[in-house]
Design a protein around this ligand. Structure first.
Ligand code: HEM
Length: 183
């Protein structure tokens, strides 16, 4: 089976990255918003710890995904509209960017709060900065603001995929699905 994408379709590796990361990102929001509601205690700390581990997994996957993306060709855009192609390119670039920057702000924030990041209890990441309560507060605000940036970007991404599928009735969404039907 060919692993790489072709001029007309995405390969299984790219599809795997796409859907695994989509699920993990939804999970990160669910955990992030849930842990925010919990009172300070062991339960909250356990969820924060899970949030951090999955966030670092996303950082690792995002780096792997970008390397993979650079190493292969990507299918031609379905749309012929230059404006639509430019917005799609920009939003995809922004999505790759936030998938790197968001976990980094989390890691930096944890270091500034003097809580080292343990990844699934397997190993502990080095602290990126010295403990600094003021920096922690700034990074916390940045992390929160970026989370809403991601909501906006993902919203645009999903809306565009649905517009192609329902209004244009083209293959844009179908060619990213695990199994392509009626191509
Ligand atoms: C793509 C990756 C990530 C996403 C989508 C994400 C999303 C979120 C969200 C939605 C919140 C709740 C914000 C609020 O409404 O107050 C949150 C909080 C938090 N995140 Fe992340 N996060 C990510 C990565 C990380 C990583 C890698 C770490 C640490 C290593 C981290 C540490 C934290 C902490 C400590 C909080 C609680 C901040 C507070 O005290 O209010 N996050 N995150």
């Amino acid at each position: 089976m060919a692993l790489r994408s072709t001029q007309t379709g995405f390969g299984p590796v790219t599809k795997g990255f796409h859907w695994v990361m989509a699920i993990l990102i939804v999970l990160m929001f669910a955990i992030g918003w849930y842990m925010d509601l919990l009172p300070l205690g062991l339960e909250k700390l356990a969820w924060i710890s899970r949030h951090k581990s999955i966030g670092i997994l996303i950082l690792f996957l995002a780096i792997m995904r970008i390397i993979w993306r650079i190493s292969e060709q990507t299918p031609m855009p379905v749309s012929r509209n230059r404006w639509e192609i430019a917005v799609a390119k920009l939003s995809h670039l922004a999505l790759y960017g936030v998938l790197i920057v968001m976990p980094l702000t989390g890691w930096l924030m944890s270091s500034a709060a003097n809580f080292s990041v343990s990844v699934f209890g397997l190993f502990t990441l080095p602290d990126m900065v010295a403990p600094d309560p003021a920096l922690f507060e700034t990074l916390r605000t940045v992390h929160w603001a970026l989370s809403w940036g991601i909501v906006g970007l993902v919203g645009l991404h999903v809306a565009a995929a649905l517009k192609h599928h329902v209004i244009n009735r083209d293959v844009t969404l179908r060619r990213m699905l695990p199994v392509v039907k009626g191509k």
